[in-house]
Design a protein around this ligand. Structure first.
Ligand code: FES
Length: 103
């Protein structure tokens, strides 16, 4: 089982928003929903290599800033063309007000 890695304080991510998180030469996107839940996916869109942290979060969806493809960031499922390959997702949690991910 992989270790949990600290990302930031929960308050550093606005509700219904996303931040970029770089770790060990990889890049991720970490999301916060309206209920205080946190989620983590690969940072780059599966269509072209564009960072999703520059995209728009709406409900459970992240919209890519380049061609407006959409994923469900909680499951990684592709929702709108041109994306057709799912995003990898990783476990995320909040402990004592700190966001942690398991990569
Ligand atoms: S790069 Fe994300 S939809 Fe094209």
């Amino acid at each position: 089982m992989a270790d949990w890695t600290r990302v930031c304080a929960l308050d550093d991510i606005d509700e219904e928003d996303v931040i970029r998180f770089d770790h060990d030469g990889r890049t991720f996107a970490v999301y916060r929903d309206l209920d205080g839940g946190v989620y983590c996916t690969d940072g780059l869109c599966t269509h072209e290599q564009v960072h999703l942290a520059d995209g728009l979060v709406m409900d459970d969806t992240i919209e890519c800033p380049k061609h407006n493809g959409r994923f469900n960031y909680k499951t990684g499922a592709p929702l709108r063309s041109p994306v057709c390959v799912a995003l990898a997702t990783y476990p995320a949690r909040v402990v004592d007000g700190e966001v942690e991910v398991q990569l």
